[in-house]
Design a protein. Structure first.
Lengths: 535, 254
């Protein structure tokens, strides 16, 4: 053992909890033992460079600890790990700091959202952000909190929007230099969605961008009459950041009312879109709308995934997107140009794209007075569960539904087709009896080639899934589903290599970290956090 | 007003269209097959009860206007131009069977064409029908099939009549049957309680709770309902009696 190695080992053992500068977050690959943002890196690849756990030894994984929350809400958060300390969210908005090795609790911050806070689909939170030694959390009552990472004390508490007007916040904030940026959910109700940036130190608002343009702004003409004022378009999943262009990206939600577009004729910009905002000014640089004039509730709030790939023989800076509407996309993330797209599940509402990447609607396949079977289901194909990308395999890993649909009619609540109605709620904590047969809707993890958007392999579940995906440099893909299994697949073949029965539904994305040179893999399932390592 | 009256009359006329026309022209009307064909070719738009489209209630013989059986066969096969009603692609015989099925449904829902006697129905339930072999009422009978103690609360008589004649027509997801065969060749069948990618849990035919690892099975999968059709074994009066008995079961007596 050289002197340098000794120093490194000692440093790792002591686990000094340093300030998390933005430079550290930007260069997260230099400290693969940490997990500093929702998807580890700001490109949202959810790829861990750790190599201790491999396809050869994953079969030996053992449970190290379980932390049980007191919440009966779905556990959708991805934890952060900073130098041996794990931060997670007890749903909806308590923050907990744990020893990442033992699962023992350092501190708990209890935050009770205002009783007026009403979310459509569960009182949930998907995670935290960190800068310096300050954690940030958006709350169900649409506040943004800055929290001391050492003590759990609130440093500042800013109101982002009025929760009495149906605004809520459920996703992890995005930290870029001196700003913490967050969007508002609630877009199934009559809100006007927004993304806003706040000063990290003070909580002072620096800019605000509405997801629906006001009169006089480009795009307002895509909303009939005053419908823009209450057109929904929430933002409820993590954004991405590209330092080369200083652009941040978010997916946006459906227009409101969701399944009846008669009062909001037009494309309804910027609903069901990806928007690229200049981080310094909050100005829109480009947008791409996945589902113009959506009447099927095809929120496009999937996590934007940025990758540098060879596309059609040329190096391209792209954004990969498996959309709720059943279509998969490759976009140029510098310009927003549509490069390629195609259905990745059964889709019957569109048939091809025009030259600008606008979907061609199938005549008659829009909701009318009588419900029609429209595929995929209103919950997708893919929903909010985070995907992954491995630079080692070049594959885009997505967990999603297949063979789904719903009967959608104007002003009516959609009825599922091919899905046991007990399965269609937005996930649950506990396991439910499951009865579907093999012809009905099922969950898959698939590995897509970004050049063809065809799967190179598929791992099929019996039930549907709300679990996200983690890829690792050990050439593994971790995921889980409603059936209450957490499992590891071979990243190159999809072969099942290991599984654990966790006794509750997996409603989160897995993550991995290391302490003292030992790699851990962690997943929220049911109401608890399960963490595994090699013996 | 005149138009409204005409519409009303046509609806009323539609209601009294009786079965038998199809059978008069086609000797081999397979109502069970018609039910299956209806569910695969028609129910996507019309719904399994045939009432999903406003003003049309196929299960009760209510169409846009009065149609003869051959007209309905033609519509099923060729669609109606300039309307959402598309050609289905079913064969002539299947279309005939669908019409027969719809007419039989309309007949059974039209009202008490045959009035049942619940006391006689109970005797048939316990005796000739041997229903308690699989079903349970107020704690008596098998747990393998659906418990019928409150079936009269949850179902209409037409639905029960349909289940007697065509028991596979509509089976709740919670009442489906599953069969596994172990590597040793032992077959076990029962009502599915739960399953996932790796395991399956059933209540077997001996009312035992059983759990299996799918990978350890030679074969496994859903099977059709083990309930026989009573179309041939009970005559219309007997079926009406059984339905009458079942409709009297409202739960709460335990």
């Amino acid at each position: 053992m050289t002197a340098r190695t000794v120093v490194l080992v000692l440093l790792a053992a002591v686990s000094l909890q340093g300030q998390v500068t933005f430079n550290r977050i930007l260069n997260a690959d230099r400290e693969p033992h940490n997990w500093l943002s929702y998807s580890r890196t700001l490109d949202n690849q959810r790829f861990s460079p750790l190599t201790q756990i491999t396809s050869a030894n994953v079969k030996n994984l053992q449970l190290q600890w379980v932390w049980q929350s007191r919440s009966l809400e779905k556990f959708e958060a991805t934890s952060l790990v900073v130098d041996g300390v794990l931060y997670t969210v007890q749903q909806p908005n308590d923050v907990v700091a744990l020893d990442a090795v033992t699962g023992r609790v350092y501190w708990t911050l209890t935050y009770q959202p205002a009783p007026e806070a009403r979310s459509c689909c569960g009182r949930v939170n998907r995670g935290l952000a960190i800068s310096g030694d300050t954690l940030f959390m958006g709350t169900l009552d649409a506040h943004l909190l800055a929290i001391d990472a050492r003590s759990g004390q609130v440093i500042w508490n800013t109101t982002v929007a009025d929760t009495k007007a149906r605004y809520v916040i459920t996703h992890s904030p995005l930290v870029v230099r001196d700003k913490v940026i967050i969007g508002t959910a609630g877009g199934d109700g009559p809100i006007r969605g927004l993304i806003a940036a706040f000063d990290i130190k003070t909580g002072k608002e620096l800019w605000r961008w509405y997801t629906i343009p006001a009169p006089g702004e480009p795009g307002n003409e895509t909303w009939a009459g005053d419908s823009w004022m209450i057109g929904g378009v929430g933002v409820w999943n993590a954004g991405a950041y590209d330092p080369e262009t200083n652009l941040a990206f978010w997916g946006t939600g459906n227009p409101s009312p969701g399944m009846d577009g008669r009062t909001r004729r037009g494309d309804n910009l910027y609903s069901d879109s990806v928007v690229a905002l200049d981080v310094d000014t909050g100005k829109l640089k480009w947008h791409y709308q996945f589902t113009p004039h959506d009447e099927m509730d095809y929120d496009s709030t999937q996590v934007p995934l940025l990758a540098d790939i060879t596309f059609r023989g040329k190096p391209r800076k792209v954004m990969l997107w498996a959309n709720r509407n059943g279509l998969m996309y490759v976009l140029d993330r510098v310009t927003g140009e549509f490069l390629f797209g195609k259905p990745y599940v059964k889709v019957n509402w569109m048939d091809g794209f025009d030259e600008k990447g606008r979907p061609k609607r199938v005549p008659g396949m829009v909701p009318g007075p009588e419900p029609k079977l429209i595929q995929p289901h209103i919950h997708g194909a893919s929903n909010w569960a985070p995907p992954a990308f491995s630079p080692r395999t070049g594959l885009f890993y997505v967990s999603h539904w297949e063979n789904s649909g719903s009967y959608v009619g104007q002003g009516r609540f959609a009825r599922p087709a091919g899905v046991n109605t007990r399965q269609t709620g937005m996930g649950q904590v506990n396991l439910l009896p499951f009865f579907n047969n093999e012809n009905e809707t099922f969950g898959v993890v698939r590995a897509y080639d970004p050049n063809t958007l065809e799967p190179t392999w598929e791992y099929r579940m019996t039930d549907i899934t709300w679990g996200g995906v983690l890829a690792t440099a050990g050439d593994l893909v971790f995921s889980g589903g409603r059936e209450g299994y957490f499992f590891a697949l071979d990243a190159r073949t999809g072969a099942l290599l290991w599984k654990a029965s966790v006794g509750g539904q997996v409603n989160a994305g897995p993550m991995s970290y290391a302490v003292g040179g030992r790699q851990f893999v962690s997943i929220a399932a049911g109401s608890a956090l399960f963490t595994y390592a090699l013996p | 007003m005149r138009t409204a009256l005409a519409a009303l009359l046509s609806v009323a006329a539609g209601l009294i269209v009786t079965s038998g026309l199809v059978s008069a022209q086609h000797e081999n009307v397979d109502i069970e097959d018609g039910g299956r064909a209806f569910r695969s070719a028609c129910a996507n738009c019309h719904g399994t009860a045939g009432d999903q489209i406003a003003g049309i209630d196929l299960g009760r013989g209510r169409f846009r206007r009065v149609y003869s059986d051959p007209e309905l066969v033609g519509i099923i096969r060729n669609g109606i131009p300039n309307t959402p009603m598309a050609a289905t692609g079913v064969t002539e015989q299947q279309a005939v069977n669908i019409v027969g099925y719809l007419r039989s449904l309309a007949g059974s829902t039209r009202g008490p064409a045959v009035v049942g006697d619940s006391t006689r129905g109970r005797s048939i339930y316990d005796g000739k029908g041997a229903c308690a072999t699989c079903h349970r009422v107020n704690g008596v009978g098998s747990r393998v099939g659906p418990d019928l103690s409150a079936i009269g609360q949850n179902r209409q008589s037409a639905e029960l009549e349909q289940s007697l004649v065509d028991p596979g027509a509509e089976v709740l997801a919670t009442n489906r049957f599953y069969r596994v065969v172990t590597k040793e060749g032992v077959a076990v069948m029962g009502r599915l309680l739960n399953h996932d990618t790796f395991t399956v849990q059933i209540l077997d035919s001996k009312e035992q709770l059983r759990s299996f690892v799918k990978a350890d099975m030679r074969e496994h999968g859903f099977v059709g309902t083990p309930m026989p059709s009573y179309f041939g074994t009970l005559d219309p009066q007997e079926r009406a009696d059984v339905v009458s008995y079942l409709m009297s079961l409202k739960g709460g007596s335990r």
